[in-house]
Design a binder for this molecule. Structure first.
Ligand code: SF4
Length: 343
């Protein structure tokens, strides 16, 4: 029997041919994986990988460069560039010296025909070729689809709501933009995901700065935490060519107040009822020793899966940082707390 007739080798060949040949990699991750040279002031601690398709995403989220209804460059997500590389080169990058830096693989999935099957194959491949935990950021899929992702080896799943209220959700990614997504479907999928992946292993993105109030965001944070879902904060970032390219970023202090509220709720220091609001704006926190609780600066760091630091996703490397991609220094934490006027 020749090598080409060996059924085992034929099987591997067919399997490899079924997996997409190219994927996008965030520019910082590409540098860590040795795929290109790029100066990193803070290296990513997660390898951020994204689907690569010939066309745009089938969805139409107003803030996203991947959306089908805009003229944006499709190698961008938020303010990060995502060049594409062959699968072979990407996998070859998962060795020293990338390994000591990387704690996780995060695969971000675009909505295109066959995305679920491809995602299952890609997760299995990363599990075989690296010993890192794999997270997947994907639109809602059926219960059996969620089970397939879990069986493939995904440790953590994020199903992004993005909008803090149903109205904003509808306007930026649902019926208001002829998008395929529905608020209720997202919540049903989040509930099913918690049953399948477990509490603490499901997340949902919230983009601050899409027209919501601070209170709207806190209400959503509280309800996600109540469901066992981890709220993940992003600051809206305008991307040229998208429908929201002219919208400005959220006020930094408002973002800080929301970060504090999230930190307190997620870590059990407070609930919605312990936070004071006036006209939708946070005005105080009924939490004893608040400054001490926040003194390690953790509240101001990037939120996401364990090991996710998403450097400069929403800000220039020169700052100011919406999300600190590393532990803030004592001076930085003191400054953030002083600006919040919590004393
Ligand atoms: S589903 Fe994801 S990739 Fe597609 S347009 Fe929406 S945010 Fe962008």
């Amino acid at each position: 029997m020749t090598v080409s007739e060996n059924p085992y080798i034929l099987c591997i060949k067919v399997f490899c041919e079924l997996i997409p040949k190219r994927l996008r990699v965030s520019i910082g991750s590409a540098a860590v994986l040795g795929l290109l040279k790029y100066r990193l002031s803070v290296p990513p601690t997660t390898a951020y990988i994204m689907s690569y398709t010939d066309g745009p995403c089938q969805a139409n989220c107003s803030f996203c460069a991947q959306a089908c209804g805009n003229d944006a460059e499709h190698d961008q997500l938020s303010r990060v560039i995502w060049p594409d590389f062959s699968l072979e080169d990407i996998l070859a990058g998962f060795h020293e010296p990338a390994y000591p830096v990387l704690e996780r693989v995060c695969y971000q999935v675009i909505n295109y025909p066959g995305f679920l099957e491809d995602t299952v194959d890609i997760i299995e491949m990363f599990k075989r070729k690296t010993d890192l935990p794999v997270s997947v950021d994907i639109c809602p899929v059926s219960r059996s689809g969620l089970e397939k992702l879990k069986q493939a080896g995904a440790e953590y799943i994020s199903l992004p709501l993005d909008g803090a209220t149903e109205e904003i959700f509808n306007n930026v990614k649902g019926p208001g933009v002829d998008g395929p997504y529905r608020w209720e479907t997202h919540f049903k999928a989040l509930e099913a995901a918690v049953e399948i992946f477990g509490e603490g292993f499901v997340g949902s993105n919230i983009i601050v700065g899409l027209g919501e109030t601070e209170e709207d965001t806190v209400v959503l944070i509280q309800s996600l935490v109540g469901m066992g879902v981890r709220p993940i904060l992003f600051a809206f970032t305008p991307v040229p060519g998208t429908r929201l390219e002219k919208l400005t970023q959220p006020d930094l202090l408002a973002y800080r107040r929301i970060q504090v509220a999230r930190y307190l709720i997620v870590n059990g220091y407070a609930g919605y009822e312990d936070i004071k609001f006036k006209d939708g704006r946070i005005t105080g926190f009924n939490v004893p020793n608040l400054v001490e609780v926040l003194s390690d600066g953790e509240a101001f760091r990037t939120t996401g899966c364990p090991g996710c630091n998403r450097p400069f996703y929403n800000e220039r490397p020169s700052g100011p940082f919406y999300n600190y991609p590393r532990k803030p220094t004592e001076t930085e934490t003191r400054k953030e707390l002083e600006e919040l006027e919590l004393n």
